[in-house]
Each structure stands twice: as C-alpha cells, then as structure tokens.
Design a protein around this ligand. Structure first.
Ligand SMILES: Cc1cc2nc3c(=O)[nH]c(=O)nc-3n(C[C@H](O)[C@H](O)[C@H](O)COP(=O)(O)OP(=O)(O)OC[C@H]3O[C@@H](n4cnc5c(N)ncnc54)[C@H](O)[C@@H]3O)c2cc1C
Length: 420
C-alpha cells in the first residue's frame, strides 16, 4: 500500500496551496481529486488582491499572469437599480499603489495550479474519489476510495488534509455540516461574450430576487453569476434554469444594458444551498481547509483567498505537529483557533453585508453614505479585498448603530460616524 507523510483530498485552490506548502517544507505529499482536470466550477472567478502575495509565494502568480487574466481595480455596486458606484481598492501602505484583483476562469486557474503541484513533486492522483478514512486508535491514518476504473485504492499517511470543498468526505462521514434555517440560496453562472462593461470593475447589481456579479475574465469573456433565494426558483418545474437565469438577469435595467449586446457562450451551471457552517472535526490526524471549513455567501467574493490563507495557517500547525510527532485533536485544534482569530471579523462583516443587501431602504441608505465618503467606501472594499484587516470596519459600535438604525427606521444613520 502507498504511504505518504500527508494525503490531501481535493485539487481546488485550498488543496493545491496545501500540497505545495507541505511539499516545500520537505514532506512527502499525495493529492487525490475525484475529477480529471481541467474541470469547471461555479464561481465569480475574481480573486481578492490579498491573495497575490500568497500566489507569488507559491510560485504560481507569473503563470497565472501568463493566462492573460483581467485585472480589476475594484467593485462597482448598484443598489436596486441605482447608478453603479465604482469603488477602487485603496492605496496600500508601503507601495503607495492601488492593488488590483485577478479575474480568471476557474477552468484554467485550477488546472494550472494542479499542474504546478505535480511538477513540484507532489504525487497527484486524478479521478481518485476518497470515500472513507482509515483509522488507528481513533486517529485518521489514511484514505480509501475508488479510481476511474472503479478499482478500490487505499493509501496510508500520518495526516490527512481534507480540501474537498462543500461536499467533502469529512463533512459527510462525520455529519459536520450545519445549514442555516430558512431559505437557502442558489447560484447560476455562465460565461458571455460581447458584454459591455464600462470599466474594469466587478459589477455587483443588488435587486430582487437576488444579486449578480459580472466581471471580465480576459480574452473577451465576461462571467455572469446570479445568486437568488432558493424559493425564487421553481426548481425547473415551471421554468428551465437557463430561462430563469436570462429572465432574472434582464429584469434589472442597469444589468440588461450591459448584457443586451452580449451572448451566453456556455451552458448555465448552478449550485444550491450556498451557506453552511461546520462543526469541529471529532478526531486526530485530520484537518479541513478551504470551503470544507464552511461557507457564508459569495457576495464578498473572498473564498479563494480564504482557501489559500487557511492552507497557509494549516501548514504552520502541521509542520509543528511533525516536529513533535503529535497529530492529536487537541494539538491540531490550534489551527481552528488561528483560523477563527484571523477570519472571525471578516465572517461577521460578510454576514452584516448579506443581511444589508436584502434590505432595500437600508442598502440604498448605505450606498448613499458610501458615495459621499470615498475613504469610507475604499476602506470597506479594502477589507472585502483582504488588503485591510476586518477590524477597520467591524466594531461593536458599528454593529449596534447598524441595528438601531434598522430597528428604529432612523434615516439619519450616519455610516461615516459609526465606522472606525
Ligand atoms: C456562486 C459562487 C461564486 C463565488 N465567487 C467567488 C469569487 O468571485 N471569488 C472567490 O474568491 N471565491 C468565490 N467563490 C468561492 C470559491 O469558489 C470557493 O471558496 C473555492 O472554490 C474553495 O476552494 P476549495 O479548494 O476549498 O474547494 P473547491 O474549489 O470546491 O475544490 C474541491 C476539490 O475537491 C475535489 N473533491 C471533492 N470531494 C472529493 C473526494 N471525496 N475525493 C476526491 N476529491 C474530491 C473536487 O473535485 C474539487 O476539485 C464563489 C462560490 C460560489 C458558490
């Protein structure tokens, strides 16, 4: 039976970053993915500027740039058909420059990443679906599954990192997924050609029954993602997904102006039940990274950054585990704490923004505030883009004012004053 120091399940951004990190630290790493690459994925496809230094450290940034991706200068938001407010990423301390975000098809990005993992020396097993773990004294010490010929395989290791995304083996095996009560969401996406985007922004249009993210992904293509409440889509019973997607896109006048000159050039893909939280892993020998640790909503478009960063944090803890030969649950929980410490504020902000965009008067009011205060607007986009720490905008003062404003219908809510 094959034996490795670490087995990584999943070859998305989290799994690839994890495998490269551990490989560069000198560990013998295997990576299994159930898919054959290139494979596609429903995604907004823009990567927070905060990810650039991580991609550079991993040695993949130059190859990504060679794909001729688009570089976006920020986000343009339209609240319930108001004119789009373009907000640039703020100038970063030190460089004095405004960063930009990469916008590149996942079909290309993930395949490139996996190729780099392989050429770095990681043993990559495509079309290897992990279906269960191997245990020794209650700790995970390997995986088993099926390959593309439906032949079973088993591999041993000292530690497994599950980067299998929203349907990962760990979530199913240990029943770790917690989906929020109430209506879930559904996302649709497809590439278009000939779309008229006035500037290099990611265009977010918020209106009923959800929102869209439209951005150029280079080579004349634009990615058009629609996210709606699950209840808005009849599940294909009365309307096909493609018809629903086009109808809702064109319902918003500002959006339809951008899209009317374009045409969809690939089938519409969809993914359901977007948000979920994850309970702690119940055993040693196993860590989760990327979407397998939970997902809020794609509105702030930071999933790839969080995946890359969570793998960096995991790499530090795993390295310490190898030094002390300790992969117990207790030892590995240091990683959960580090993640919580670093991402807690960001998750809170994402939740606040989620709630805000579905409240029309409030969303309009906040957009008005942002339009009159550039510094404030850029600070918010800087936090969303992972180039400023979340505590720049997440404070008890901010949250309580926000709540009071909504509960009392106080139209005087002055966002500049409540943001630190
Ligand atoms: C509608 C939508 C829009 C989004 N927009 C953005 C955006 O604009 N920017 C952004 O940064 N993020 C965005 N995200 C989030 C982003 O797509 C994810 O956060 C990111 O893909 C997570 O990476 P990952 O490596 O954890 O998982 P994934 O990319 O899902 O990769 C998981 C991999 O694991 C493999 N796998 C799963 N189970 C097994 C198994 N049992 N055995 C073997 N292999 C397995 C899969 O084949 C897959 O290749 C969006 C998400 C959605 C839903």
């Amino acid at each position: 039976m094959n034996s490795f120091d670490v087995i990584v399940i999943g070859g998305g951004p989290a799994g690839c970053a994890m495998a490269m990190d551990l490989n560069s630290r000198g560990y013998d790493v295997a990576l299994c993915d159930q898919a054959r690459f290139p494979r596609d994925k429903v995604c907004g496809e823009f990567i927070s500027p905060g990810a650039d230094p991580i991609l550079e450290k991993l040695g993949v940034l130059d190859s990504i740039e060679a794909l001729s991706p688009k570089r976006l200068k920020g986000v343009a938001i339209s609240s319930y058909e108001s004119a789009e407010l373009g907000i640039d990423y703020p100038v970063t301390a030190g460089s004095g420059l405004r960063p930009t975000s990469l916008s590149v098809p996942r079909y290309q990005l993930d395949a490139l990443f996996l190729k780099r993992v392989q050429s770095a020396g990681v043993k990559v097993f495509e079309q290897h679906k992990v279906i269960d773990f191997i245990f020794n004294e209650g700790c995970v010490v390997g995986v088993q599954g099926w390959d593309e010929t439906k032949t079973s395989f088993s591999m041993n290791c000292k530690l497994v990192v599950d980067a299998g995304g929203r349907n990962s083996t760990s979530l199913r095996k240990f029943d770790l997924k917690r989906e929020p009560k109430g209506s879930s969401k559904i996302a649709f996406s497809a590439h278009w050609q000939g779309v008229r985007l006035p500037e290099d922004y990611c265009y977010m249009h918020v209106s009923r029954p959800g929102y869209t993210g439209i951005s150029s992904v280079g080579n004349g293509r634009a990615n058009v993602v629609l996210v709606v409440e699950g209840s808005a889509f009849s599940d294909g019973k009365t309307e096909k997904p493609e018809t629903f997607y086009h109808r809702v896109l064109m319902q918003n006048r500002r959006r339809s102006k951008m899209l009317e000159s374009g045409e969809r050039v690939e089938p519409v893909r969809s993914v359901e039940s977007l948000a979920f939280a994850v309970k702690p892993v119940p055993c040693g020998g196993l860590l989760l990274v990327g979407d397998a640790t939970g997902f809020i909503d794609p509105f702030t478009g930071e999933g790839i950054y969080l995946s890359l960063r969570s793998s960096q944090l995991a790499g530090e803890v795993i390295h310490a585990g190898f030094k002390s030969l300790n992969f117990s649950r207790n030892f590995l929980s240091d990683y959960d704490q580090r993640r919580q410490q670093e991402f807690g504020g960001k998750f809170l902000l994402s939740r606040v923004l989620q709630w805000l965009i579905y409240n029309r008067p409030f969303c309009n009011r906040v957009m008005k505030s942002l339009s009159t205060n550039r510094i404030l607007a850029e600070t918010l986009v800087g936090v969303i883009g992972d180039i400023l720490p979340a505590d720049k905008v997440v404070s008890m003062r901010f949250l309580s004012k926000l709540l009071v404003g909504v509960l009392t219908g106080n139209a005087e809510l002055d966002l500049p004053k409540v943001l630190k």
